[in-house]
Structures are given as C-alpha cells and as structure tokens.
Ligand binder design. Structure first.
Ligand code: NDP
Length: 332
C-alpha cells in the first residue's frame, strides 16, 4: 500500500517537494484494533501549521513520518467487539491507503443517514466550527449585519447560512466569480464580493452595508480584515476562526492597524478552536443534520479522485481551488 510522508518542512508556501509517496505492507490489527480501508481523506488549512516545528494546539507533523488528519473509511478486519467488517468509521488516521486503529479512536458513521463525505464536512469539523463560532461567539440577532470572509469554503458557507437562519443580513467575501454566484444564488447570502477583483473592499462593503457590520466571522485575517474593521458597529463581535492569508508567511504579520477601532466600537474579538466545544459536538451535529433534512442548509464539496492527488488538493486550499469542503476520494 501507499502512504504519504512529510520529507521537508516548507519555507513559505508548501509545494509537492515537501511530500513523498512510499510503499509499505498493509499493517495487521492486534487485540481491540481494526484495519480500516481509506475512502475519504480531508485536507484542511490548519495542517499548514502542523508542517512547522512550532508549539500549537495540535502536535506538529513529524519529519519522515506519515501525515494524518480526518479520514472516513471501511472496517475490513476487526479484532474489536465494537466494530464489524463492513462498518464505515471516521477517525484521525494517516494519509495512507489502509490504517490500523484502536477501537477507541474511531466512531461509526452511517451512509443511510448522510453521505459518507459529509461527516468530514458539514456534519464534521468544519460544520461544527461554523456552528459554534457563529452561535457562541458571533451571536447574530435578527436584523443585524453579518460579514463572513473565506465565505465559499467549508466553514464559511455554513457560517453564513447559520447567520441567515438567525434572521441576519449576510454578506460574504470570496475569491472568484463562481464562488460569488454560488453564495448569492444557492446559499442565500444577501450579497457577496470577490476580493480579487474588487478595487476597494472597504468602499464596496460600505455601499453594501451602510448600516455597518455587527458580526465579522473571520477566516482569513490580513488585508481583507483590515478593510473590514473601520465598518464595525458598536459592540460588534468577531469570531476569529482562521487567518489563512498569513499561514504561508515566513515573518509574523505586523497585524492590522485596528486598535483604535476596537476601542471606539468596543469590539469583542475572540479566537477559538472547535475542540473547545467538544462536549456539545453530538448535540450540534444533530442540529446541523436536522437543518440539512429540513432544507434550511445546503453545502458543497470539491471531491478530487485518487490517493496520489492528496498533496495537490491540500496545496489547492491556498490557491482557492475549492468550493466548499475539499476532500479526496481514495476508494468508491
Ligand atoms: P476553506 O474550505 O475555506 O479553504 C480555504 C479557502 O481560503 C480557499 O478556498 C480560499 O478561497 C481561501 N484563501 C486562501 N488563501 C487566501 C488568502 N490569502 N486570502 C483570503 N482567502 C484565502 O477552508 P476551511 O473552511 O476548512 O477553513 C477556513 C478557515 O477556518 C481557515 O483559516 C482555517 O484555518 C479555519 N479553521 C479554524 C478552525 C478552528 O477551530 N478555529 C477549524 C477549521 C478551520 P478564496 O477563493 O475565497 O480565496
């Protein structure tokens, strides 16, 4: 079987040179372990941080070892009473075609309830991130104005729809006309702007929301955020979800020049990690499932076929190649 190894830590933007494919034998499960055949692999922006050898909320990837992340797969051999052959499971597993996992590292997923891929997207980590960031920090009220950056990605498109369901006016910022079209005509955003073709983001936002912005769900940071801060209303909230514009920077950003805006408008800015809300995960994914079933929520996935494409798909996140959740289908 094949696996993907981190061979070099990136300097700036990662490239295919940072990865290597290796062949090895399929491992054998011991007592209370199962052998999982990889079906879907998730690639996520936070993995860029794990490629650095620095302290963070998740361990860095180790050099010359298999990379890992969210995987949905099928149990093909079981030495556990909890799992049968044929069960579909989700877990944090290696970028490899087969993995051995301990029974307590996996959770069953049911393709009769939702498509297998959705457990890595709207019903999984990104969906939960959107849910908690918006509901617990953003807390949009009916009639308020909510702005989402990185709006056409896995987290952003769900965050915006959740705000819409709360009765807010919702504006998205994203990087292509196709994404803008999706946000307005499919996901029900009130407006959206393409930050790559808009000359003055601050001015465009001012025209779209003369009433100001009450919640800024920020996935990107950097110059986009700098354009947004002057438009924040008194007591605005910023769930600081991500800062993808800086992940490939080799030097720390000086940070947007925002302090006077924060003080004048008494803005609450709160960084968060979805794992902070782990005790409420089950309740929230049920709620997201209900919204999907009721047709209140839609989602999109960009599914790339083939194990060999995992590194490329990961790199694509930093070029905006994905609409919605980026996944790799390893096995049908
Ligand atoms: P996305 O599906 O949104 O994919 C990344 C997107 O970011 C790209 O498609 C691209 O879209 C956009 N992007 C890339 N580079 C830039 C840039 N320089 N400036 C602006 N936009 C850029 O990923 P996720 O939904 O999984 O994650 C979104 C954010 O949320 C990330 O910052 C991530 O780190 C964070 N996150 C945080 C979590 C938490 O617990 N706090 C959990 C999960 C994610 P475009 O075409 O619009 O440029």
């Amino acid at each position: 079987m094949e696996q993907i190894i981190l061979t070099k830590r990136p300097q700036g933007a990662p490239t295919l040179e940072n990865f290597e494919f290796r062949k090895t034998n399929i491992p054998e499960p011991s007592h209370k372990e199962v052998l999982v055949e990889t079906h879907y692999v998730s690639v996520d922006p936070y993995m860029r941080g794990r490629m650095e050898d620095t302290k963070s909320y998740v361990e860095p990837f180790k050099l010359n070892e298999v990379l890992n992340g969210g995987v949905v797969g099928k149990v093909i051999e079981s030495n556990s009473d909890l799992f049968n052959e044929g069960d579909f499971v989700i877990g944090h597993l290696g970028w490899q075609e087969y993995s051995v996992a301990k029974e307590n590292e996996l959770r069953k997923v049911d393709e009769n309830i939702a498509p297998l891929s959705s457990y890595l997207g709207v019903l999984g980590m990104p969906g939960l991130t959107a849910y908690f960031g918006m509901r617990e920090i953003g807390k949009p009220q009916k009639g308020e104005t909510v702005l989402v950056s990185g709006a056409a990605g896995a987290v952003g498109m769900i965050a915006g729809q959740i705000a819409k369901l709360q009765g807010a006016k919702v504006i998205g910022i994203a990087g292509s006309d196709k994404k803008i079209d999706y946000l307005i005509n499919k996901a029900g955003f009130d407006h959206a702007i393409n930050y790559k073709t808009t000359k003055d983001i601050n001015q465009s936002l001012l025209e779209l929301c003369p009433e100001g912005i009450d919640v800024y769900f920020d996935n990107v940071g950097g110059p986009i955020s700098e354009a947004v801060y002057p438009l924040l209303n008194t007591f605005a909230r910023i769930p600081q979800c991500g800062a993808i514009s800086s992940y490939n920077k080799q030097e720390d950003d000086i940070g947007p020049r925002i302090h006077t805006y924060l003080i004048k408008s008494r803005v609450l800015i709160q960084g968060f990690i979805v794992g902070d809300y782990a005790p409420k995960f089950q309740e929230a994914s049920q709620e997201l499932g209900r919204m999907l079933q009721d047709g209140q929520l839609i989602y999109e996935e960009t599914v790339t076929d083939g194990f060999k494409k995992i590194p490329e798909a990961f790199l694509g996140l930093f070029k905006g190649e994905n609409l919605g959740k980026q996944l790799i289908r390893v096995k049908r």
